[in-house]
Design a protein around this ligand. Sequence first.
Ligand SMILES: [Mg+2]
Length: 103
Amino acid sequence: MPASAVEQVLEDALRLFRWRYMHQRPAQTSKGWRTALTGDRGFPDFVAVRRERIIYIEAKGKTNKLEPEQVAWRDAIVAAGGEYYLVRPANLDDFVRDVLASR
Ligand SMILES: [Mg+2]
């Protein structure tokens, strides 16, 4: 299961369980895939809010590794007390059940 399929499942679950979310997606340009942004690269794929909770989710395929910029964001979010999740095919079902579907 590629990261794009993990992202699709996450998006469906976020909607189903009524999270307000933002999914950052790259666009194809003449120079390849690019994500328009200013600031620091590597922000998690999703930020989602429901009631008193805000979570950050990075979606990856089975063997994709976090880029150094993504590690920096993870560490900064966790240091600030944020809830950060790295979701792969192997933990996708558990994540949806334990985090997205939970109260
Ligand atoms: Mg990703």
